[in-house]
Design a protein around this ligand. Structure first.
Ligand code: TRP
Length: 472
């Protein structure tokens, strides 16, 4: 495979000429940022930060983004644009028939499973648009334990996602995201101002901004890296797929940089929105997944026009979640179309059905079915990385472990099997600079630094070091 080094008017290297493309770099950056920005930033980041001790965790998280995720993001984008394929097809396109395609397959499976439980949480978000008007006294715990609410909401949200993936992403969701994402940002800023001016908010600011590194253990580092991958939609080939629609003349370095910058800023702002309010309203920062849903409505109540702000906030959060579920579904659908030769409609129908089957127990695991709510009968008292409920276990397995594992393997694939020289050439082929020195540095990260760090973190997650008597 010869990488193209000039801007070629027919950019498809190996794919078919009819493959869709983003209309512009802005289009790509918005779509990729839309995939990245979602519940991961606004719901998951604050509670994972809260569980892992606050500011020190945030610093570890930022280091993961800059040193591991950004170089790795470029590798995914380069592989995607070069091959113009879904993750499985991309690996085959550059390396032929090799066992490495299994890594692509793992990515597809991961996308399906994340979609299944993510859709459940997105359904709650959607329900929360109306909840505080319809039934303000219902607590979050009661809400998610009400089957006739959570199941229809989950189905509805999967339906929205399917409709958009079926109808094509660019016109609908991209255009909507262009308008709605900036509104979300403004709204977050408003809520932040209210939050930090509440009495007692400073304790929250100090929790969020004053690092205490004694709180960082190996579990916190696993969580930080897992969260960084999850938030940037990395480790399962979503950015391979989105990169495959990128025109040749676009600069991958700056496109990737913008996506990482937007995503990280929104996550940091989400923390700023939540923690002052958590402390001012006397909530528990370690509350876990319920944190945002419990705390924010209390904060809205203290704002002028709080009801409207609350409704608008959960509406926009639903939109952010929708652009993320769309990307999750699109990866699996693009695989079904490219590799199984199914039509788009059939792919969408099958993927939606499968997501429903696996999301169903996740929806029931939050207070409806005791057997799914506490699965220690299956996974032992310690759970999977501490989680014992079905949804939590799925999130640990697919959202933390599988993304890290997938990233490790894809990184080794790009660094050692495909070659960083070809990949660097692909990155350089667009406009803008990717100087030889930068390219060499990037190559060293993709070949050595990223895989080693991810490996240590993954081994740690499985407690293998202590098994062999190393490190403590
Ligand atoms: N990044 C999204 C979020 O933060 C979730 C998401 C969308 C995702 N597509 C993904 C996570 C692909 C991992 C892989 O909410």
């Amino acid at each position: 495979m010869e990488p193209t080094t000039t801007s070629d008017p027919a950019p498809a290297h190996t794919g078919d000429q009819s493959r869709e493309q983003w209309s512009s770099k802005i289009g790509f950056v918005l779509a990729a940022a839309g995939s990245a920005i979602g519940l991961g930033n606004i719901w998951r980041f604050p509670y994972v930060t809260g569980e892992n001790g606050g500011a020190a965790f945030v610093i570890v998280y930022l280091a993961c983004i800059a040193l591991i995720c950004l170089p790795y993001l470029l590798a995914e984008l380069a592989l995607g644009r070069h091959s113009q394929k879904n993750p499985v097809g991309a690996i085959r396109a550059v390396a032929g028939r090799t066992p490495w395609v299994i890594v692509g397959g793992l990515g597809i499976l991961t996308g399906l499973f994340i979609l299944s439980y993510y859709g459940v949480i997105a359904g709650w978000t959607f329900g929360y648009i109306f909840k505080n008007v319809a039934s303000p006294d219902t607590t979050f715990t009661e809400f998610i334990a009400t089957p006739w609410l959570v199941l229809p909401l989950f189905v509805l949200f999967l339906g929205f996602t399917a409709a958009i993936v079926q109808g094509g992403v660019e016109d609908g969701i991209e255009r909507a995201a262009k308008v709605l994402m900036p509104i979300l940002l403004v709204l977050m800023l408003l809520v932040i101002v209210r939050g930090v001016t509440l009495e007692g908010a400073s304790a929250g600011l100090s929790f969020y901004l004053n690092p205490d590194f004694s709180k960082i253990g190996s579990e916190a580092i696993v969580a930080a890296l897992g969260q960084a991958f999850f938030s940037l939609s990395l480790g399962m080939g979503a950015m391979v797929t989105y990169g495959s629609y990128l025109p040749e003349e676009e600069n991958l370095l700056s496109a990737g940089g913008w996506v990482a910058l937007f995503d990280t800023s929104i996550a940091l702002l989400a923390g700023l929105m939540i923690f002052p309010a958590v402390f001012a309203l006397d909530a528990d920062p370690q509350a876990g997944p319920t944190l945002v849903f419990d705390v924010l409505p209390g904060l809205f109540q203290q704002m002028p026009l709080g009801t409207v702000v609350g409704m608008l906030f959960f509406l926009l959060l639903s939109v952010a979640a929708l652009t993320s579920t769309v990307s999750l579904m699109e990866v699996v659908v693009s695989y079904c179309m490219d590799e199984q030769q199914w039509s788009r409609s059939k792919s969408v129908a099958v993927v939606t059905g499968a997501a429903f089957v696996f999301g169903f127990p996740a929806a029931l695991s939050q207070g409806i079915s005791p057997a799914l709510g506490d699965m220690s009968w299956l996974v032992g008292e310690g759970g999977v990385l501490g989680a014992t409920d079905f949804l939590g276990i799925m999130d640990k397995i697919w959202g933390d472990i599988s993304l890290a594992l997938g990233a490790l393997l894809l990184c080794v694939f790009v660094g050692w099997v495909w070659s960083t020289a070809d990949a660097a050439m692909e990155i350089r082929s667009g406009e803008g600079a990717f100087a030889p020195g930068t390219a060499r540095l990037w190559g060293a990260f993709v070949r050595y630094v990223c895989p080693l760090v991810i490996l240590v973190v993954v081994l740690n997650a499985f407690d293998l070091f202590s098994y062999f008597g190393l490190f403590d």
